[in-house]
Structure formats: structure tokens, C-alpha cells
Design a protein around this ligand. Structure first.
Ligand code: NAD
Length: 256
């Protein structure tokens, strides 16, 4: 269904970004995957995706904490029909102890990068007369948790950016939406488990069941495949009138 479309997915050598890249490739899109690491494994991953799905896949390194890199990623892609702003990091600490450089890095990677990639991609989409922008926000784009000040601020910010992008493109065949996942068991979540074990003085199993999934009424993690399929749906003709909004994939978290 997406044959002939070119997708750029930021932060896509692991986790949700990789799941989204895989789903877009399976739907027939050519894909640019990205991270800042530029390892042989990153390039091998692009080759593997291309082989598995019979589409063109390129790995382009770019550091999403740097505005010039964000714009260069889209320029180097050459064209961008589908932009998925996914790169993100997390840090958990009470506000008085929250390192200022962590705040700056989270705002840069989780929020500002999407502004810069969108600024570079929109003229391409406008010239082509078609475009889809999917911002990977979070349940934390709609609600808050203690100790995640920068993350919650950045995710609320990207929901705001999503609405403005949608309004500026509403008269064209371009949409912009945000997906708000609840907990998905990816490396970013794995890394939080030791901190949460310390903060709550709990075992790994208890942190998963009583802290993380306590917020998720389904009692289950969402999966990267589900976020990928939701992205493909937002790129489909059925979703052409869906713009400027959020889709929660959170097992009921934000209904609580
Ligand atoms: P992850 O750690 O597996 O993936 C993060 C990705 O971002 C990686 O590919 C990494 O290489 C990339 N990245 C990090 N810093 C970068 C930088 N400076 N430049 C370029 N790439 C960079 O985590 P994930 O869970 O897959 O997270 C992906 C997105 O989904 C994030 O925006 C995250 O906030 C969001 N999210 C995750 C969950 C969850 O429970 N896992 C829930 C809601 C939202």
C-alpha cells in the first residue's frame, strides 16, 4: 500500500523505531533508518530490512540532539513522504536533583529534533502534494508521572507541535498525528527498571507489575509491532482525515 513512498524514521536501530521501520518496509515503503551510532551493525540492519521486505533501506547516521544533523538527515534522504519522529531518551530524578544537561538533552532529542526534521521535510511533502508525519509521543504526552519532568514536558510539547503542524498543512494532502504509547518493553524501559527498583525498593518483577503496568489497566505491555501497525494505518488513505490528534496505544492508561 505504501509502495513508492519514502519514509524517514528517526532513532530506528532499536525498539519502537525499528518496529515502525519494519512495519513501513513490510507495507512496501522505502525506508531510511537512523541513529547516531554508525556501527557496522547499523548498516547490516538496513541490509537485513531491505532483504526481508524487498524495498530500499538506507542507514543514515545523524545525532538528533543537533539541529543541523536533524535537517541533514532529511536532506540526505533526498525525499521524504513519511516522517516518523521517534528518537527519544529518558532520565528519572526529582526536579531539584535533575541534571540541567539531561533536561537540555531530553528537550533537544525528544522535542526539538521533530521541529527540525519537520521543517526540512514539509517543503518536500508540499512539492509532492502528499505527506504523513507521525510523532511518537507517549502516554506522558497526555498525563504526568513524578520524576520525569523533562520527558513529560517534551512529550506534552510534541503533542502541541503535532497540532500546529496539522493546522499549517490542513488544506493539503498532508497529515500530522502523534501516537501515545503506554509502556512497551524496549531498551529505554529496560534501563529504567534498576532505577525504579532503587526508588521503590522493589524486585524487578514487582516494578514491572506494580509500578509500570499498574498504570496500564490491561496489565500488558504494548508491543513495537502494534506501534508499527498504528503508524502504517496513519499513513493509509483511511486516515486521510485524521490530523492534529493523538492515538493512544496504552492498554487504557489515559482512560483512568
Ligand atoms: P529505545 O531506547 O529502544 O530507542 C530509542 C532510539 O532512539 C534508538 O534507536 C536510539 O538509537 C535513538 N536515539 C537516542 N538518542 C539519539 C540521538 N541523539 N540521535 C539519534 N538517535 C537517537 O527506546 P524506545 O522505547 O524504542 O523509544 C522510542 C520512542 O518511543 C521514544 O521517543 C520514547 O520516548 C517513545 N516511547 C517509548 C515508550 C516505551 O514504553 N518504550 C512509551 C512511550 C513512548
Amino acid at each position: 500500500a505504501l509502495a513508492g513512498r519514502r519514509a524517514v524514521v528517526t532513532g530506528s536501530n532499536s525498539g519502537i523505531g525499528l518496529g515502525v521501520a519494519e512495519a513501513l518496509a513490510a507495507a512496501g515503503a522505502d525506508v531510511v533508518i537512523n541513529s547516531f551510532t554508525d556501527t557496522p551493525e547499523d548498516h547490516a540492519l538496513a541490509e537485513r530490512l531491505a532483504r526481508d521486505h524487498g524495498v530500499a533501506v538506507r542507514y543514515i547516521p545523524a545525532d538528533m540532539s543537533k539541529p543541523a544533523d536533524c535537517r541533514a538527515l532529511v536532506e540526505k534522504a533526498g525525499h521524504c513522504d513519511i516522517l516518523v519522529n521517534n528518537a527519544g531518551i529518558q532520565h528519572v530524578a526529582p526536579i531539584p536533583e535533575f541534571p540541567a544537561e539531561k533536561w537540555d538533552a531530553i528537550i533537544a532529542i525528544n522535542l526539538s529534533s521533530a521541529f527540525h526534521t519537520t521543517a526540512a521535510a514539509l517543503p518536500m511533502m508540499q512539492a509532492a502534494g502528499w505527506g504523513r508525519i507521525v510523532n511518537i509521543a507517549s502516554a506522558h504526552g497526555l498525563t504526568a508521572s513524578p520524576f520525569k519532568s523533562a520527558y513529560v514536558a517534551a512529550k506534552h510539547g510534541i503533542v502541541g507541535l503535532t497540532k500546529v503542524t496539522a493546522l499549517e498543512t490542513a488544506a493539503e494532502d498532508i497529515t500530522c498525528n502523534a501516537i501515545c504509547p503506554g509502556y512497551v518493553l524496549t531498551p529505554i524501559v529496560e534501563k529504567q527498571i534498576p532505577d525504579q527498583m532503587k526508588t521503590h525498593n522493589m524486585s524487578r518483577e514487582d516494578v514491572i507489575a506494580k509500578v509500570m503496568l499498574a498504570r496500564q489497566p490491561s496489565g500488558q505491555f504494548a508491543t513495537v509491532d502494534q506501534i508499527g501497525a498504528t503508524t502504517v494505518f496513519l499513513c493509509s488513505d483511511a486516515a486521510a482525515q485524521i490530523t492534529g490528534t493523538t492515538i493512544s496505544v496504552d492498554g487504557g492508561w489515559t482512560a483512568l
